[in-house]
Design a protein around this ligand. Structure first.
Ligand code: GRG
Length: 420
């Protein structure tokens, strides 16, 4: 079903690389530079090609062929793994990030680079989405432009959009560093958390440092709308975290409160960054809103599944996850749905989940309820809304654009079937 609308797009000539965006502000001198705008001195380095790892514990889907029907004929479109579609660019981005977080003081330098090292740089979910969104929103360059002009503009725009992906990743990692301090976590991404290895003070400072580097990169884009979008995201991260730590009993047991907190903590960053990608491309407010809606719903679906996996782990059975949320007294969608079926669960939660007996009792209620299933269904609803946003984008017959849109649709499916 995901591909139903794509199948209606007429497949005519492929435009090659000469895409153009309607409101390109060509009078701005900063758009003339050819190097990445995040690097004031235009640093250059080797590009590592190829995919470094497989992601998310998904079944390998590299290059499976997806059959879609077009008018009377039946055509086969290559469905690529979304991550491998941008693998080369992700490697480039990872290298640039390592350069962007270099600090003057050695101690700060080693703290700041900690989660940008090869192998511990996470799933790179956000930059993948953003790079795919950048291609998905490209539109063809009108013909009268002199030869080569369109290519230069396209490269400039791509560099600016890559910069958004880098900023987003820096904000994400900064929030992880601070989160681990607040949670007193001892592991992250399979290694010791930075606070555990270097102490709370350095972890907080490294987070601040990453934020400051993200701000400098953001300022270099000289787009105040994009700056305020991402500044808002930082506010949302802090608000979401504070909502979680200061919730009253009433708020902790409210689905509305949980969804708002989830938007702030998880979905705001990806949704507003998707919007920033659209704005840099000079897209209309309608398209920017669709990009935002895609990111918002994908982010919500992602977190809902995260909350399910905390109970189930890779298997479908309850209690196989880390149970980290419930043991920390964090009430998530599965428990909230279980509470609707078994209101007596509220008293168990209120008695305190620092008591292991109450955790066991809560899990018992959850097991008897449809909580896990309903949380999955809610995730599916948001994944479908994300897919609907992609289907609503203006039609485009460029093969690269179509491929990226298919990859974004594919991600909506992967987000709800992931096992880690
Ligand atoms: C310093 C910006 C800043 C904020 C401070 C602590 C805090 C306020 C906010 C915490 C926000 C937070 C860490 C939310 C969790 C978001 C989340 C879903 C993290 C996991 O993301 P993955 O699965 O992780 O993409 P990887 O490791 O793959 O990158």
């Amino acid at each position: 079903m995901l591909f139903s609308r794509i199948s209606r797009i007429p497949r005519t000539a492929i435009n090659g690389r000469r895409w153009f965006l309607s409101l390109w502000p060509e009078h701005h001198p900063q758009f003339r530079r050819s190097e990445n705008p995040c690097f004031p001195n235009g640093s250059s380095f080797k590009v590592l090609a190829g995919s470094e790892k497989s992601y998310w514990g998904f079944p390998a889907l590299h290059g499976f062929r997806h059959k879609i029907h077009h008018q009377s004929s039946s055509i086969v479109e290559e469905q690529q793994d979304p991550f491998s579609l941008v693998a080369d660019e992700l490697s480039l981005l990872a290298n640039r990030l390592r350069l962007m977080v270099v600090a003057e003081v050695p101690k700060l330098a080693s703290a700041a680079e900690y989660f940008f090292k090869m192998g511990v740089d996470g799933k790179r979910f956000r930059p993948t989405v953003l790079l795919l969104m950048a291609t998905a929103l490209n539109v063809s360059i009108p013909e009268p432009y002199p030869s080569g002009y369109g290519d230069a503009l396209t490269d400039e725009l791509r560099a600016r959009q890559q910069c958004i992906a880098e900023i987003t990743e820096m904000i994400h990692v900064a929030s992880l560093l601070h989160d681990d301090v607040l949670d007193d976590a001892d592991t992250r991404r399979g290694i010791g958390s930075l606070n555990f290895v270097m102490g709370n003070k350095l972890a907080v400072l490294a987070g601040d440092f990453l934020l400051s580097r993200a701000c400098v990169a953001l300022a270099s884009l000289k787009n105040t709308e994009v700056v305020s979008l991402l500044a808002k995201v930082v506010e949302h991260l802090v608000t979401g975290e504070t909502m979680q730590m200061s919730a009253t009993s009433e708020q902790r047991c409210s689905m509305e409160y949980y969804m708002q907190k989830t938007y702030y903590k998880t979905a705001s960053l990806i949704s507003n960054s998707c919007k920033a990608i659209a704005l840099l491309a000079g897209q209309t407010a309608e398209v920017a809103m669709l990009a935002y809606e895609y990111g918002r719903n994908l982010g919500l679906a992602y977190q809902l599944i995260d909350d399910v996996l905390d109970f189930t782990g890779t298997s479908a059975s309850l209690g196989k996850g880390s149970l980290s949320d419930i043991r920390h007294g964090i009430i998530t969608a599965p428990i909230l749905f279980a509470m609707e079926e078994f209101p007596q669960l509220r008293a168990v939660v209120d008695q305190g989940l620092d008591n292991p007996a109450n955790v066991d009792l809560a899990l018992e209620y959850l097991g008897k309820s449809r909580g896990i299933q309903r949380a999955r269904e809610l995730a599916m609803k948001h994944a479908n809304l994300a897919a609907a946003a992609i289907h609503s984008l203006p039609e485009n017959d460029n093969e690269e654009v179509r491929k990226s849109r298919r990859a974004l649709l594919d991600l909506t499916h992967r987000v709800i079937t992931r096992t880690k």
